[in-house]
Ligand binder design. Structure first.
Ligand code: ADP
Ligand code: MG
Length: 531
């Protein structure tokens, strides 16, 4: 064939795996498969000629692809299976006598299973000179050789292709075999055999059997899957975060040569997006980011929890204090009431005692208010004249001499429903804060506004003002800028709770920077009229 003048090149057909591959995936190349029987089939034909057509033939070799190669052999076993059979029947080298193969002997042909073996077995190297042969062995190489042959880069060459690196490394051999040691063992065996060969008998055998027809034909059996449509491939690429050619790293980590090949395989249902390493890494990064976000959220939740824990502690504390204060306050209330009854009405002492009674009463309310704070109680709404109420709150607090106060009302209907004890706490706390913000004196202006829906209490001072960075901390329990022992940081927290229970709003307006104009703070508490 090779000597023929119109020789176009061909592909050796002795490796059944290569033959399947070409028949299934390069069907156009089937005509180039050498139309020659494999050594197994050839030997089977020799055996049948020698022992008759009814002979049953069992092949034993290093490859499981042999099992489906032909119908001319009844069974094909691998060396592994042979070992298992030996093991189960307890057949071991030490308990059997060795004997040689029956003729016809292979002679040089025995070198065939090692790498480049087919080339070495060729009798006449003038017929197959090295430059006419291309040898490609192993998974990657044989595919490339076929592709290049099909694409016309290789012409008039004989392709010797093997799926494995020599049949000695075939999948039917014991795993973990040493390639070069095996090759060496086969080489030494063949040399030893050739030295001892009976050449006359061998020549006679060759003459007898060389007339056997060793031809073989192959049929294409296209198994290629239809190429997926461009759009689907594009979609699959995008699902792996590949939107432009720069995203195609073609790193091969997925097992496919290119990202497009991988995408095609995904479309065919043969691969997964997760097989793309860069994509998997990117996803991992995303999950790490997400994890960080959750972590941050967790930290915030923890802080909030701490806050409410503080509040709970405070609740316990105030419950304790309330319990202790209630009795002495009861005594004060009782005795001041008795004294007030005894004093003459209109007398200055009577007025003083009245104030004591009132303030002691308030103390009791505040104490139970603290308990409410801990228990997050509800409000008891009573119809109130808010103008009088506000004026009363201003009158009840002690004002240093350097602070002037003023009161104003623009409301027409002064009646609203409030929890008077709790709302009194709100107003007095605001007024106390205002006074404390004006250690060098100033003006405390208190006013009431309102419409049909709601009323607004306004407490305005000309004090130091609240710094911008403190504005969002004001209502946090225990936030105070006052020195130890002076401030508790609970006033505004309490106010916040009470106003919320009234379904009201708090608005703060403040300037702490003299360069921006006069300093001072205005608190506006707006609550619905509660009708
Ligand atoms: P405390 O009065 O015990 O410090 P508060 O909750 O009543 O606690 O107030 C918290 C903080 O808000 C105060 O320490 C102060 O810094 C600021 N603040 C409240 N009201 C005023 C105001 N009218 N002028 C300036 N700062 C104020
Ligand atoms: Mg305060």
């Amino acid at each position: 064939m090779i000597k023929d003048s119109d020789y176009e090149g061909d592909i050796s057909s002795d490796c059944p795996a290569i033959v399947y591959f070409i028949r299934h995936y390069h069907p156009d190349m089937v005509p180039y498969l050498a139309p020659i029987a494999s050594p197994m089939v050839a030997m089977s034909r020799v055996m049948k000629k020698k022992h008759g057509e009814g002979l049953k033939v069992v092949f034993i070799g290093p490859c499981f692809a042999k099992k489906a190669e032909t119908t001319e052999v009844d069974e094909a076993l691998t060396f592994r299976e042979l070992r298992e059979m030996f093991d189960s029947l307890n057949i071991r080298p030490e308990n059997i006598d060795p004997s040689d193969f029956d003729p016809p002997h292979s002679g040089k042909g025995a070198i065939f299973p090692i790498s480049r073996g087919l080339y070495y077995t060729a009798n006449n190297h003038e017929v197959i000179p090295e430059e006419r042969v291309i040898i490609a062995e192993g998974q990657v190489n044989y595919k490339e050789a076929i592709r290049e042959f099909e694409d016309g880069y290789i012409r008039k060459k004989h392709l010797m292709l093997l799926c494995c690196e020599g049949c000695i490394m075939g999948p039917g051999t014991s795993p973990g075999g040493k390639r070069f040691a095996r090759s060496n063992a086969v080489g030494e065996y063949v040399t030893r055999k050739l030295q001892a060969i009976d050449t006359t008998a061998w020549d006679q055998d060759m003459e007898e059997y060389c007339k056997i027809d060793l031809s073989q034909s192959f049929t294409p059996e296209d198994r290629r899957l239809a190429a997926p449509g461009n759009e689907e491939v594009l979609k699959a690429l995008q699902s792996m975060g590949k939107f432009s050619p720069q995203d195609h790293l073609n790193c091969g980590a997925c097992g496919y040569d290119t990202c497009v090949d991988h995408a095609g395989a995904i479309v065919k249902g043969l691969a997964e997006t997760e097989m793309c390493l860069p994509y998997a890494i990117e996803k991992l990064h995303d999950s790490i980011d997400n994890l960080n976000v959750s972590n941050e959220k967790l930290a915030r939740a923890k802080a909030a929890l701490k806050q409410s824990e503080k509040l709970a502690h405070m609740g316990q504390l105030s419950a304790g204090i309330a319990h202790e204060l209630n009795n002495p306050l009861g005594v004060i209330t009782m005795y001041s009431n008795i004294l007030m009854d005894e004093a003459k009405e209109g007398d200055a002492v009577h007025e003083d005692l009245k104030l004591i009674v009132e303030q002691a009463e308030r103390c009791k309310k505040i104490v139970s208010g603290l308990l409410n704070f801990a228990r997050k109680n509800q409000v008891t709404l009573t119809e109130t004249d808010v103008v009088k109420f506000m004026q009363h709150s201003l009158n009840s607090i002690i004002k240093p001499e350097n602070i002037s106060s003023s009161f104003e009302s623009t409301i027409t209907d002064p009646v609203a429903k409030l929890d008077i004890d709790q709302m009194m706490q709100v107003l007095t706390n605001l007024e106390k804060n205002a006074i404390e913000a004006m250690p060098d004196g100033g003006n405390l202006h208190v006013s009431v506004e309102g419409d049909d829906e709601e009323v607004t209490f306004i407490v305005k001072d000309t004090g130091s003002g609240i710094k911008k960075e403190n504005m969002d901390k004001l209502f946090t329990p225990f936030f105070t800028t006052k020195e130890m022992g002076k401030g508790t940081g609970l006033g505004l927290a309490l106010i916040y709770g009470i106003v919320k229970m009234h379904k009201g709003k708090i608005h703060v307006d403040s300037n702490a920077d003299p360069l921006q104009g006069p300093t001072g703070t205005t608190f506006r508490i707006t609550v619905p009229r509660g009708n």
